[in-house]
Design a protein around this ligand. Structure first.
Ligand code: SF4
Length: 291
């Protein structure tokens, strides 16, 4: 059996920075209560390591339990304007691990709105990143995809600015961009899909079609991992999202000799290596028949 890795996969810049911050804070403030607002990144393994360091998870609805000696780390996908304000009012020490791409999107939204443009945001309305970013605007139109975008009643007398969730599928966003260029001169489009997301999407496109099975290692709640799965599925119906080696089902491997692996931006290398090790052992021992 051959295991082929995608050219770009696993931890992105923003996640590495957030984890580094959490590690430093846990050493520097070892006598304080340290909280992470929500999940630092959407990955169970990473969050387990954080909890072993004594870092606690703080849900947004439980801010009342904070006191001024506490330390709060804001996750890579940021939070809402209201929560930032509440944290400041609580006078806690704040470490904002919101990724630079999320901050860029947030600032663009504010600047463009201030300049008089109406904002259209393309992304998952339920995702914390989207909820956080759009909270910094006054009256943002949010759409999930191209289909929803086409249903917006565009007023030709108003100027619009389009922003996208950092993890949106670049190809889907390009469809929206082309449609706008063909039909509207009053809509400007900003490029806020992050480079790490795009590189990982391109790499899975390259790999999924030439292997017998694709494994996407990532959190079930991770937006960018789910996007990798969708892209992979379009090219290879044997595409599976798994979080840890325990989720791997050996019956998927029947008849497969080439296994492709990729991983979401919040997946630690350790999880990927454990899966590769298990695959090699199972293939060698022939426990489940030859793959
Ligand atoms: Fe930042 Fe992109 Fe990583 Fe999200 S996926 S944390 S936007 S680098």
């Amino acid at each position: 059996m051959e295991i082929l890795r995608a050219e770009k996969m696993g931890f992105c810049f923003g996640v590495k920075e957030a984890i580094k911050t959490a590690e430093q804070v846990s050493e520097e403030y070892c006598n304080s209560k340290i909280y992470i607002l929500g999940m630092l990144v959407h990955n169970k393994e990473v969050m387990k390591e954080m909890s072993e360091r004594g870092i606690l998870i703080l849900e947004e609805e439980n801010l009342e339990k904070l006191n001024s000696e506490d330390v709060v780390i804001v996750r890579a996908h940021g939070t809402t304007e209201e929560i930032y304000k509440k944290l400041k009012d609580k006078n806690v020490k704040i470490f904002d691990s919101a990724c630079v791409f999320v901050k860029k999107s947030r600032n663009l939204l504010k600047n463009k709105e201030e300049s008089g443009k109406k904002i259209i945001f393309v992304g998952d309305k339920e995702h914390p990143e989207v909820i956080g970013i759009i909270s910094h605007g006054k009256n943002v139109i949010t759409v999930a995809d191209f289909e929803e975008f086409k249903k917006i009643e565009i007023d030709k007398n108003i100027s619009y600015y389009v922003l996208a969730q950092t993890t949106l599928n670049k190809n889907s966003f390009n469809d929206i961009k082309e449609y706008i260029e063909k039909n509207y001169s009053n809509i400007e489009v900003g490029d806020t899909i992050c480079g790490a997301t795009y590189e990982r999407q391109k790499a899975v496109e390259k790999l999924a079609g030439i292997v017998d099975i694709m494994l996407i290692v990532g959190g079930y709640n991770s937006s960018n991992s789910k996007k990798l799965l969708n892209i992979s599925k379009q090219l290879n119906e044997k595409s599976y999202l798994i979080e840890t080696k325990e989720d791997l089902k050996m019956e998927w491997m029947k008849g497969c000799s080439k296994v492709g692996i990729t991983a979401g931006a919040s997946t630690p290398e350790k999880s990927i290596q454990e899966i590769e090790k298990l695959l090699k052992e199972e293939s060698r021992d022939g426990k489940h028949g030859k793959f």
